[in-house]
Write a protein that binds this ligand. Structure first.
Ligand SMILES: NC(=O)c1ccc[n+]([C@@H]2O[C@H](COP(=O)([O-])OP(=O)(O)OC[C@H]3O[C@@H](n4cnc5c(N)ncnc54)[C@H](O)[C@@H]3O)[C@@H](O)[C@H]2O)c1
Ligand SMILES: [Zn+2]
Length: 428
């Protein structure tokens, strides 16, 4: 078929033929066609189309770098089993005191497998926590480090740490050489059940959370339960908020399980924590794989239930609140809003509040009521920023039931303020 048929107008049903012809006859056919079309002043649009399948393991193990644990070595060998893989490792400095020997253990692990892996440098401790996402100089230093270490696109960057460090190192790995393979080893509850298993990374800049970042699925996620042993109680608790979130929007039975096990969870009973992390990770993975929009091209952000206010609160408190703590407040706020806007039965908001409160999460912060010099509520600006982040159309997930999210395209500021008052009164 000639592209010039019908005076350069390509009927849609011929697009597939057109792509096939171009690929068989190569560049020459394209050039002739372009000349013909330009002589006639016509426009023709080729449709480029291809699919890329993503697949990565999310493993749950213990003591990843003990000599007998083969999970890490098997992971490196997944795609090129006969290659000696170069690896660079960055470790959250929050692990420095409790896991001071980790660099040595990783070096020993690699040294015992010289044909399978080469550690290109001694594993390096890097600032962890939200601070590391607020530091452009650190991003640049790590990017330069990967280049100086001579890592190519077949090498691996391994990040061991909390969600913030994983976001930072994932961003660095995704931008050098347009993407070096990245293995995440999450070390907090929140990173193991949420931040580490997804496809996003990023850093904060220009006064906004995660404003710079990429969608870059990891090569693998390796969850090591032993890292949680020394995690602060505060960080263990904060991570549970994301489990409540995903239960609220996706899984009523999981929400009921969380209610039944709240006391055990508050006491950090290992079996309860282990189930919470796995179920939460499964639900996040299912949403990303089957939700129809893994790279968030549409406006809906179902996994961001409670997050429009949480992200703003993190900033307004200068990150005095952990991400999970801000999320807990955001969940309770939007549960109350869901009731006030007629989507959720009265009383269900209280169940959300009760669960979060039993887990020991904070449920109010004075910044919820902060106003600027013109008397405008600072939190409400977060809604505008969220709309801009989505590309103009606001899509907020609220609750239609405890276990079922619902999307709305507007929020009433008066009702938000009433929800804040409710939270202030009940949390007193
Ligand atoms: N990419 C995503 O999809 C996604 C999803 C959710 C959250 N996040 C991001 O994750 C971040 C929050 O992650 P987080 O809750 O893991 O907190 P975090 O990364 O801020 O870590 C909290 C603190 O714990 C320390 N730490 C980490 N592991 C430790 C361990 N095993 N023992 C002792 N201390 C340890 C850290 O150094 C830090 O001081 C936020 O920046 C949030 O935006 C990203
Ligand atoms: Zn979150």
């Amino acid at each position: 078929m000639r592209l010039s048929e019908k005076n350069g107008q390509m009927p849609l049903e011929h697009y597939d033929d057109c792509i096939t012809e171009a690929s068989v006859t190569g560049q020459e056919a394209d050039v002739v066609t372009a000349v013909e079309l330009s002589e006639r002043g016509a426009t023709h649009t080729y449709v480029q189309r291809f699919n890329v399948t993503y697949e990565y393991p999310v493993a749950f193990t213990r003591d990843l770098f003990t000599p007998v644990n083969s999970v890490f070595a098997e992971t490196l060998a997944l795609q090129e089993p006969n290659r000696c893989h170069k690896i660079a490792v960055f470790i959250d400095d929050g692990l420095r005191s409790s896991h001071a020997d980790l660099p040595t253990r990783i070096a020993d692990y690699a040294a015992a497998r010289p044909r399978a892996m080469e550690l290109v440098a001694v594993p390096e401790f890097v600032t962890g926590g939200e601070r590391c996402k607020n530091d452009p100089a650190l991003v640049e230093r790590l990017q330069r480090r990967l280049i100086d270490l001579g890592l190519d696109r077949h090498a691996f960057v391994v990040a061991i740490g909390g969600g913030a460090l994983l976001d930072l190192v994932g961003y660095v790995a995704a931008t050098v050489h347009r993407g070096i393979r990245h293995i995440r080893v999450p070390t907090t509850v929140l990173a193991q059940n949420d931040a580490g298993v997804g496809v996003k990374n990023g850093v904060n800049a220009f006064g906004q959370k995660n404003i710079l970042g990429t969608f870059a699925p990891p090569f693998a996620v390796l969850n090591d339960a032993a890292f949680l042993d020394q995690l602060d109680d505060r960080d263990k608790r904060a991570g549970m908020a994301e489990a409540v979130k995903v239960a609220l929007i996706r899984d009523g039975a999981f929400f009921a399980w969380l209610e039944r096990n709240a006391v055990d969870l508050r006491a950090f009973r290992p079996n309860a924590i282990d189930y919470l992390i796995r179920r939460c990770a499964e639900l996040h993975m299912a949403q990303i794989a089957s939700g129809g929009d893994p790279f968030e091209r549409g406006s809906a952000r179902p996994l961001d239930y409670g997050h429009w206010s949480a992200h703003k609160l993190e900033l307004l408190t200068g990150h005095a609140l952990r991400h999970g703590e801000a999320v807990a407040i955001g969940l309770a706020l939007d549960a109350r809003y869901s009731v006030l806007s007629g989507h959720l039965p009265e009383g269900d908001d209280l169940r959300v509040w009760n669960l979060l409160s039993t887990l020991g999460l904070p449920l109010f912060n004075p910044m919820l009521k902060a106003v600027d010099s013109q008397g405008h509520h600072k939190l409400l600006r977060g809604l505008r920023e969220f709309r801009e982040h989505l590309g103009g159309e606001l899509t907020i997930t609220l609750l239609a039931a405890l276990g079922r999210g619902i999307e709305v395209n507007e929020m009433d500021e008066g009702l938000i303020l009433r929800a804040i008052d409710w939270l202030a009164n009940i949390t007193r």
